[in-house]
Design a protein around this ligand. Sequence first.
Ligand code: CP
Ligand code: NVA
Length: 329
Amino acid sequence: LLSISDLSPAEFTKLVLNASSHKAAVKAAFAAGEQPPKPLHGSLTGKTVAMMFSKRSTRTRVSTEAAVQLMNGHPMFLGKDDIQLGVNESLRDTSVVISSMTSCMVARVGAHKEVVDLAAHSSVPVINALSNDFHPLQTIADFQTIHEHFPSRTPSDSSLGLEGLKVAWVGDSNNVLFDLAIGCIKMGVDIAVASPPGYGIPDAMRQLILAAGEGVAKPGRLTETQVPEEAIKDADILVTDTWVSMGQEQETQKRLKAFAGYQITNELAKRGGAKPDWKFMHCLPRHPEEVDDEVFYGPRSLVFPEAENRLWAAVAALEAFVVNKGKIL
Ligand code: CP
Ligand code: NVA
């Protein structure tokens, strides 16, 4: 699982629904005093999941370790100073060796090619835990969150029933946006992106995002602008992410200047004409410059349920790719 573009609409739908149903079942088991909770437990017994992280992480690391533990497997965290991950050894050699001893590699890398190289030489499933281009586990959790907060719609085998919703992304065109946009197109959700000049979606990435609509009966529409208010018009969900992704720290001052005016606030949402009951989402970690406290901690914010859903997204992905060998049942 390197990007949401690897999944058909039916597979993506099933992963999201599985994440939601595991959440309900495990919570009910805990509430009934089952220790460990019977649902899931044992599905990874005897299996080690290698977690190879070349960048910091709170949510992805904790959710993956907790998910493997819920399934009774062994999560093996390997930080950038622990193993030869692209340093002093080729990714090919690392991949062949680690996959000969474990059941899955979950990898957080820099260039997307690094996780592609790991997958090309691995004998076990590889799950992208964030690359410079994509963040599929985040997108599964994001759609789970949307599915749970817009409950009146009816899912089908190949769609979550979210057609007609509009997401507005205001901020940097980055890894989190790219998989989110692919998910939106596949699920028939419109996505409008507002980024400042020079920080829009690169041409090759736009083509890939639009290709997600091929074969989809009613794909979501992608629109792009440099004007936040234009993107926000009639949006159901406002989303942003950091303006300075990991690896871009040396550009911080330049970026803070370029993104001035893109902070999500209630005033901006009102000026832009968001839907009256609009919600706010953010993958975290968050900085106040991209969204103020009033929105981030306010009643419209879904950010903490969204973060919790990372656990259930990890469970669903491990079940599909490790337990069921890539069959999304
Ligand atoms: N959203 C997310 O991936 O957070 P971490 O970088 O803390 O894992
Ligand atoms: N765009 C951010 C996401 C972190 C989860 C980054 O790449 O640093």
